[in-house]
Design a protein around this ligand. Structure first.
Ligand code: PXP
Length: 237
């Protein structure tokens, strides 16, 4: 059974919409763990548009499963990660204007930067994942800079309009997963996944963990966060 990491950024987005204290992503973390999640995922953005430093500190204390901190490859974020010591750091690209993370990292074009940061985090006992498109060159580069895992970007698969386009994107993910597995990296996947499109991916055995946010928080509006998490976890069986 694949593991499920639940991204609670959108709980914080709702809180920030009113600038108050509710809903609290820290309280949400307790509920998703009760729903069977295997980990919590948060993205601390440079502009702090949703998750705040306070959330990260509290989550590090209360999360009983695994905390995956998504962040940009900046010195400020590396300093925060070394202080908080999450179980996993996932480097993601970050552009100020974007609504959400848009593409994968260019690891091949910036390999020295990633190598330096990964070495630093490894010295603190923190494992590192790189969020990449399912592109051979990027997956090989992730291995070269000694990443422990890759998270394959499923956005293009999720946004595919016709069956033919979905088939192409599915095949890219399947091949990417096989290559990353062969190169001895753990294979995660995420972005844009929901209760429908996640099913097909279950036939890719190399993917051991899914990181899902928006669709679970959206479903939780109707059925509650614990149940929404449990329903997704059941789909990954
Ligand atoms: N994985 C990564 C690296 C992400 O940046 C995001 C979005 O923050 C997700 C997974 C979750 O995406 P979604 O909210 O579309 O499920």
């Amino acid at each position: 059974m694949a593991r499920l990491g639940v991204n609670v950024d959108h709980v914080a987005t709702l809180r920030e919409a009113r600038g108050g204290k509710e809903p609290d992503p820290v309280a949400a973390a307790v509920l998703v763990e009760m729903g069977g999640a295997d980990g919590l995922v948060v993205h601390l953005r440079e502009d702090r548009r949703h998750i705040q430093d306070r959330d990260l500190r509290l989550l590090r204390e209360i999360v009983q499963t695994k905390l995956d901190l998504e962040m940009a490859a900046t010195d400020e974020m590396a300093r925060i990660a070394m202080e908080i010591k999450p179980h996993l750091v996932t480097f993601v690209p970050e552009r100020r204007q974007e609504l959400t993370t848009e593409g994968g990292l260019d690891v091949a074009g910036n390999s020295q930067r990633y190598k330096d940061l990964i070495t630093l985090l490894h010295q603190c006992g923190i494992a590192v994942s790189l969020f990449v498109d399912p592109v051979i060159e990027q997956i090989k580069a992730a291995r070269r800079v000694e990443a422990d895992c890759v998270e394959l970007h499923t956005g293009r698969y999720a946004n595919a309009t016709g069956l033919k386009e979905q088939d192409t994107e599915f095949e890219a993910l399947a091949q990417g997963a096989r290559l990353a597995y062969k190169l001895e990296m753990a294979v995660l996947a995420g972005h844009g996944l929901n209760y429908r499109n996640v099913r097909r991916l279950r036939s890719i055995p190399e993917i051991v963990e899914y990181n899902i946010g928006h669709s679970i928080i959206a479903r939780a509006v109707s059925v509650g966060l614990e149940r929404a998490t449990r329903e997704m976890k059941d789909l990954l069986r």
